[in-house]
Design a protein around this ligand. Structure first.
Ligand code: AGP
Length: 618
């Protein structure tokens, strides 16, 4: 959940790179930040608040120029957001930054306190520093300390630490090297002529290099300005694979938009094209590199989708897509519920885990539980090399490029597309679909880009901005949909909740009369998805129910639906398209609606309060 960036340069000051790297990682957490450099006394600077506040502190009270440093931006788990609780943390000769949770920190802290160690913070990370410093003291007693001695100490500490960690470490008597280790929290190494980097993810140093090593579970080692060494958990040196990433630094920036979220909403046409082109061969073969064989796909009785948040809404829509295209029963569950309910899954079940970051603790936990019970797991994910990708039999990559806005938008669209492709693949394997129908669907998906671009046009955007302004100060929103539009209604509600802090619910339209109708008042806005499909008439009835009781009615529909247009207080027109892609189109106006309501209310769009982009804690 926190962001780590560290670097060893051949020459030049490392601080500007560390601060810029933290800025790119703020979406992982932004309640405090700090850095330390290799200079006499291992100077540390920390600030509560955003990276900007740390930068201001460094202006006033700079650290000495140094070519080696570690830095961190925090999302508080243990200990309130404060200067003293921010990282780096020091204990004796160790200064470190930590992403993760040290689950046994109380018992460790107690034993260190008994031994006379003093602590200044409430954090588990400071205990991690103390754990490593204790192990280093033992190693020094055996022989003069060298890098291998540090690795031995680190390895012993890793064995004693329970819980997740991504670490970047300075050791006072081993200048010039930064040590690292990862378990369940992501870490990558960056490789460049200028030097080497350790970071929570590639975005932190994409402006410096495109060559990365994705560290695996249990990997540890060191970097210096001209070399690096990676070990496995048993301290065997490993030849780690360097991957070249063609994401450009531009794609990490806002490219002129006011907010990442708006940029990412408007990238959805390109994302559709990229995802389709990267997952179909020139001969229109679907997912040509997908490793799970057709025989294996035929062997399953059920697909179980596990995910969180927006990814779960893609999964709920995916159930309609998969059951229709592949003729296989599909269950969908919150990953955070699935993993603890002793789920009845086994080898006849295929788990489909959906995650933008590939680091969501609950989704990873759900996959681990299912695999322990003999199920096969595959994933839809946006980050190559993420923990989820390493946990499953195979992954469909969504090729969105970095999604920075905490409120997920383009990743949702790409996830739904990936589900369509997966459903076609499974449908073919299970002889539910022939080549002709597959090609028809592929062409429908490709053609949907035109409709998406229509919705991304400036006139649609300004109309929705007007509607948003009109209703921005209402206090309750209900999003209503039926069938495949129900998950879209849920997604629209989540978008509004998480960036405008308004109470919003996505609800099956048919359920309103079973209770929520009692809530309807003049202060309620009902957004009804009445686009197309056989339930249109039913949704029309639900719209009448809420309208006669005083709710303000915003309706998503197409030009042919005169009654819906008549009934609405405000209409958002969506192009009429093949039922295969209609729900996908409906989500775009809802993303814009949330964005413009939040903007009108002066909310922080890209980094909403209390949230973080990747929820790597449970
Ligand atoms: C969505 O807008 C939220 N940011 C959140 O619900 C997110 O979808 C959820 O945490 C899952 O993240 P993942 O896709 O990276 O696993």
């Amino acid at each position: 959940m926190c962001g780590i960036v560290a670097a060893c340069f051949k020459k030049g000051d490392v601080v500007p790179t560390l601060v810029e790297g933290l800025r790119c990682l703020e979406y992982r957490g932004y309640d405090s930040a700090g850095l330390a450099v290799l200079a006499s006394g291992l100077p540390v600077r920390k600030a509560k608040g955003r990276v900007q506040d740390l930068a201001a502190l460094l202006e006033e009270d700079p650290v000495p120029h140094s070519s080696v440093g570690i830095a961190h931006t925090r999302w508080a788990t243990h200990g309130v957001p404060s200067k003293v609780n921010s990282h780096p943390h020091r204990s004796g000769s160790v200064v470190l930054v930590h992403n993760g949770i040290l689950e046994n920190f109380e018992e460790l802290k107690e034993s260190f306190l008994e031994g006379g160690t003093e602590f200044v913070s409430e954090t588990d990370s400071e205990v991690w520093a103390s754990l490593l410093d204790h192990e280093l003291t033992k190693i020094r007693a055996e022989a003069p300390l060298d890098s291998l001695g540090v690795m031995k100490a680190l390895n012993r500490a890793m064995a004693k630490a329970k819980g997740s960690f991504g670490l970047a470490i300075l050791v006072e008597d081993l200048p010039g090297r930064i040590f690292f280790a990862r378990h369940e929290s992501p870490l990558v190494l960056g490789i460049s002529d200028k030097g080497h980097y350790v970071a929570s993810d590639v975005q932190a140093v994409l402006k410096e290099t495109h060559d990365f090593i994705y560290l695996l579970e249990g990997n540890c080692g060191w970097i210096d300005d001209s070399s690096y060494q990676v070990f496995d958990r048993d301290l065997h040196p490993i030849e780690a694979k360097v991957e070249h990433l063609d994401w450009d630094a531009e794609s990490v920036g806002k490219s002129g938009y006011d907010h990442f979220m708006l940029k990412e909403i408007e990238e959805q046409g390109i994302v559709l094209a990229n995802t389709l082109s990267s997952t179909t061969s020139s001969k229109d073969r679907i997912l040509p590199d997908f490793q799970v064989s057709e025989d294996t796909l035929r062997s399953f009785d059920r697909i179980v989708i596990v995910a969180c948040g927006t990814a779960l809404h893609a999964g709920r829509l995916g159930r309609f897509i998969l059951e229709e295209a592949a003729g296989i029963p599909v269950d969908v569950d919150f990953a955070s519920e699935f993993r603890y309910r002793n789920p009845l899954v086994g080898e006849r079940d295929l788990i489909l885990a959906i995650s933008q970051s590939g680091e969501t603790a609950d989704t990873l936990g759900a996959v681990k539980v299912a695999r322990e019970k003999g199920a096969t797991a595959v994933a839809i994910c946006n980050v190559r090399g993420s923990s989820l990708c390493r946990l499953v039999a195979d992954t469909i990559l969504t090729q969105c490029g970095p999604e920075i806005g905490v409120a997920s938008t383009k990743a949702f669209t790409a996830q739904v597309l990936a589900i369509h492709l997966f459903a076609m693949r499974v449908g073919m394997a299970r002889r539910q679909m022939g080549e002709e129908e597959l090609l028809r669907r592929l062409n429908v998906l490709r053609a949907s880009r035109t409709a998406i671009e229509t919705l991304l046009s400036s006139e649609v955007r300004s109309h929705i901005a007007e509607v948003a302004k009109k209703y921005a100060y209402k206090s309750v929103y209900f999003f209503l949909g039926r069938g495949p539009d129900y998950p879209i209604a849920m997604e629209g509600a989540l978008k509004l909740k998480e960036i405008s802090y308004l109470h919003a619910e996505g609800y099956p339209a048919g359920e309103m009369k079973h209770g929520p109708l009692a809530l309807v008042s003049e202060d309620m806005v009902v957004v009804a998805l009445a686009g197309q499909g056989e339930t249109y008439d039913k949704v029309l009835g639900n719209m009448q129910e809420v309208k006669t009781r005083g709710a303000k009615l915003v309706v998503l529909t197409n030009t042919e639906k005169k009654e819906a247009i008549e009934l609405a207080d405000d209409v958002i027109l969506v192009p009429r398209t093949d039922p295969l892609v209609a729900p996908l189109l409906h989500v775009i106006p809802l993303q814009y609606l949330a964005y413009y309501v939040a903007l009108e209310r002066g909310c922080e769009i890209d980094k909403p309060r209390n949230l973080a982009k990747s929820v790597t804690v449970e």
